[in-house]
Write a protein that binds this ligand. Structure first.
Ligand SMILES: Cc1cc(NC(=O)CCC(=O)O)nc(C)c1Br
Ligand SMILES: [Fe+3]
Length: 258
C-alpha cells in the first residue's frame, strides 16, 4: 500500500540521514566545515529551486539588511544579496519546508553526539539570491558575539555553476590555519560550518544569479545567555531572529518523485 511504501521511504531516508550525520560530525569536529553533495537528489532540488524562483518573481525578496547600521546605497557593496525569511506558515514553500525538515533530521543526529552543544532550536530559513552583476558579501563572522548560533547550514541551488565564469565562490578562512576552504555554491550541495569566529568567510563577486537557503542552529545555553543580555539592552534586532524548535524527523509529506 502507499502507506507501507511511505513508511519504508521515510525509514530509508532516516537511515541515510543517520549515516550522513556520522560523517558531518567527524568532518565538523576535525575541520569545522563539512560539505555534502547530492543531498536530496535532482528532482527534489529542482522543486526547491522552482519555489525559490517563485518567491523571487513574487517580489518578496528584500535587499539583505546589515545586522547593524542603517540601510543605505552603500549596503549593496557590503552584501549584495536579496533575502526573504521562510517558515512553516509560508504558502507555496512546501519543498523548502521539506528541505528544512531534512536539514533538521541531520542536525538532530549530529547534535545528539556533540557534547559541547545542546541544539534544540534554529532560525527560520533565509532564502538568499545574489542578483549577479558583481554582488558579493564581504568577509565576516556569522556569530562574532555569542548570539547563540553555533552551526550555519547552507543549501545551494545553482545548476552547472562554474566559478571561473560565474564567480560567487564562498571562501572560508578557518581560524588558526593558513588553509582557505573554497566552496563552490553547487546545486543540491549542503554545507555546515561553525558559526562563530572559527570561520570568517566571504562570498566573491557573483556574475550571475546565485541562490542559497541558510538556517542557523542555536546552542541552548549560549542562546539563553544571549537572550538575557539582549533583554537587558532591549536589542530588538537580535530578538527578531526568532528561534523555532527543530523537526525531529523528516517531513512526513512523501514525495513519489523520489
Ligand atoms: C544574512 C547573512 C547571510 C550570510 N551569508 C553568507 O555568509 C553567504 C554564504 C553563502 O551564500 O555562500 N552571512 C551572514 C552573517 C548573514 Br547576517
Ligand atoms: Fe555568513
Amino acid at each position: 500500500s502507499v502507506q507501507e511504501t511511505k513508511e519504508q521511504y521515510l525509514s530509508i531516508l532516516w537511515a541515510r540521514f543517520q549515516e550522513l550525520a556520522c560523517y558531518v560530525l567527524e568532518c565538523l569536529t576535525k575541520y569545522g566545515i563539512c560539505a555534502i553533495d547530492k543531498f536530496l537528489g535532482e528532482a527534489t532540488g529542482q522543486e526547491i529551486l522552482k519555489e525559490v524562483l517563485q518567491l523571487r518573481a513574487a517580489g518578496i525578496m528584500r535587499q539583505g539588511q546589515l545586522v547593524h547600521g542603517p540601510s543605505s546605497s552603500r549596503n549593496k557593496y557590503i552584501r549584495g544579496d536579496m533575502i526573504t525569511w521562510v517558515d512553516e506558515s509560508e504558502p507555496q514553500a512546501e519543498n523548502i519546508q521539506y528541505l528544512i525538515s531534512c536539514m533538521d533530521a541531520v542536525v538532530v543526529q549530529v547534535a545528539s553526539k556533540l557534547e559541547a552543544y545542546t541544539i534544540n532550536e534554529r532560525t527560520k530559513a533565509m532564502v538568499a539570491c545574489y542578483p549577479g552583476h558583481r554582488t558579493k558579501y564581504v568577509r565576516h563572522v556569522d556569530n562574532p558575539n555569542r548570539d547563540g548560533r553555533c552551526i550555519t547550514c547552507i543549501y545551494y541551488l545553482n545548476k552547472n555553476w562554474d566559478v571561473k565564469q560565474h564567480g560567487g565562490l564562498l571562501r572560508i578562512y578557518p581560524e588558526g590555519s593558513d588553509q582557505v576552504a573554497n566552496i563552490e555554491p553547487k546545486f543540491d550541495r549542503l554545507l555546515f560550518f561553525w558559526s562563530d569566529r572559527r570561520n570568517p568567510h566571504e562570498v566573491e563577486p557573483a556574475y550571475v544569479e546565485r541562490f542559497a537557503i541558510t538556517v542557523w542552529y542555536y546552542d541552548a545555553e549560549e542562546r539563553a545567555e544571549a537572550l538575557k543580555r539582549f533583554r537587558a539592552q532591549s536589542d530588538v534586532a537580535n530578538l527578531k531572529k526568532q528561534a523555532v524548535p527543530l523537526n525531529n524527523k523528516p517531513d512526513s509529506r512523501w514525495r513519489p518523485s523520489q
